[in-house]
Design a protein around this ligand. Sequence first.
Ligand SMILES: [Zn+2]
Ligand SMILES: [Zn+2]
Length: 786
Amino acid sequence: MPEINLKELEKKWREYWEKEGIYKFDLKSPKKIYSVDTPPPTVSGEMHIGHACSYSQQDFLVRYKRMQGFNIFYPFGTDDNGLPTERLVEKTLGIKAKDMPRGDFIKICLEFLKKELPRFIQDWKNIGISCDWDIYYSTINEHSRKIAQWSFLDLYKKGRLYRKDAPAMWCPECKTGVAQVEAQDKEIDSTFNDIIFTAGKEKLTISTTRPEMLPACVAVFYNPSDKRYKKYKGKKAKVPLFNFEVPIMEDIRADPEKGTGLVMCCTFGDQTDMEWQKAHNLPIKMAISPEGTMTELAGELKGMKIKEARKTIIQKLKDAGLLTAQKPIKHVVNVHERCGTEIEFIKSKQWFVKYLDLKKDMLKWGKELKWHPDFMRHRYDNWVKGLQWDWLISNQRYFGIPFPVWYCKKCDTPILAEEESLPVDPIKDKPSVSSCPKCKSKEIVPETDILNTWFTSSMTPQLSTWLMPKNIQNKLFPMALRPQAHEIISFWLFNTMVKSHLHFNKNPWKHAVISGFVTLQGEKMSKSKGNVIRPQEVMDKYGADAIRYWAASSKLGEDFDYQEKDVLTGKKFITKILNAANFVFMNLQYQAKPTKLLETDRLFLIQLNKLIKESTEAFEDYNYSRAKLATDKFFWITFADNYLEIVKNRVYNGTNEEKASAFYTLYQAFLAILKLMAPITPFITEEIYYQHFKKHEKAKSIHNESWPIEIKIKSTKEDEKIWEKFIETITFVRQQKSKAQKSMKAEIILTIPKADQNILSKVIDDIKSVTSAKEIREGALSVAFI
Ligand SMILES: [Zn+2]
Ligand SMILES: [Zn+2]
């Protein structure tokens, strides 16, 4: 048989589905709605293998629901807003946003997206995701701007927003404020430097990893239980090189076991420094600028980058004999997740969503959501419990959704846009009032920051459902399902949960399904490590169905390894089912339910019913991998190896009655297998359905078909025993023939124990036929060749 061109076959069905609107959400349908909060992939070049896997997994579940009779709302969006897009544009085009007027850069970004998006989205179409592609949003388009700005106004009205000039996490590389969720722990190699401070005539040794912070030193602390330092309480310490004095104080946060037990407090080296500043009302001294360089506080080091300043200070301390030891250590620092740069605390004016007061409620919301798998809720809980900061939502960047805010230049009162005028760009547009409502000044200035991208993507339930008419919106929200990857539980899932409660006082979805990572030989794939598998290449080689088949072999939430041989197994399944279809339909005539069902066929259909039940239960439990495994095994062994062999002879040579029973059974079983596999391998099942079943079944597509239900047939308690004995007997004969190196068609005399003959009495003709037994005798189970 000629090798089938899967690429052409898949293209043909993609076009057919789109033309016929197979996956369209039906506004007028009376069916129950199932709405999905599809993850909008970040526009970052192309789909990666993790996407291919996780979107396939959610698509299995959605396709199952569609066949269960739901009217599916399955939109598609792209996240093309904010810093990730900026960085992609800067990298691809070799430009820097800060080198040009802001308006020019935004224009370049939008043009870039217009060109890149269709190609980017095509990857998702190619892998067979069954979205309604007409329900589309981009997180930067006008519709999304309007919703994000509405969200801002609504939260402001509800007293959930505040703007504060205070030290906040800051990325000196991206030059923007950073939210807690965007800061990641990273273990790095560093050095503990033992530096000599003085108190009067005495020397005090302090260990620090950040000697460049010396000019920002505001106090020296020791633990109140530390007897070594009690005598210094209330005294002053002199800071080396910079020669100014700071108080020596007690605080339980100073760890007597760390270094010498003495610690310098600088505003703001880290989180503890910030707590000390507040608790002891210490002065604020900023040694590092928003650009990540030293300020004038550092004297002649002014303008130096942080690491360069560290090196210089260490050298100066050495030269002055003030550095007594250096020890290498590993310690955990906060880095910006977008660029890996160490985070600093910089005083700046930022907008925050107030939510630390809601921690208890947040945990309750998490409990109300049904998680699949259930243990993923712990990640959410841990995140909530570890929250220390309100949600920083302003970014000092260029490409993103602007705040709908202006300020009075004189008294800094914020002036908000009117809801009717959204979306606004405060840089271009004017507020509805011409003077400050407080001081009447006419000098009004725009907010130039942009909203952090998660502020918008946390509104995805609205970005999609608000594209629909008002009367439908209520039926779509709360949504049925949120599918997503586990690494963004603290970002996307958590933030959407918060927004939904602050705006609408309810959970945004009923269920969340969480998918795992794809690794390569146990390691996370990354471009820098060069261990990346491109799904585009895999699809070229084996087809989308084969990748999906592979994606169905791991359970939800499980991290799993990419292995080419697993995709190849998928390809083998596709070839096998296509061959089986050709074989079956070469001889089969369509047959409605016959008056008489032969015993073998009845027993086989009982096995099929068992499979349908198991697969349905598995899908209801979000366990597509168990469903696939069961159908796959049934297809290869029960159907192809056993049943097809059993009925072969009857199909060619049987009486009309025998043929009718076999035709009916083959047709029903094959159709059921196709339907059970349709969510996993949508292309090949559509091909076979179209060729052989459509004319009788009448649906436009197998994907608009109904999910199989158990066939109504009589059953008895003995059925299972008979079927097992049947399979056991023919398997035995097969083994004997292959042992004796005989053809499977070789004629034999088959001896079966009397008790087993009784069990098999009603199927004995089929046993004779499939084993080519000329005669059946009584005795211990054995085969004699004629
Ligand atoms: Zn950064
Ligand atoms: Zn004013």
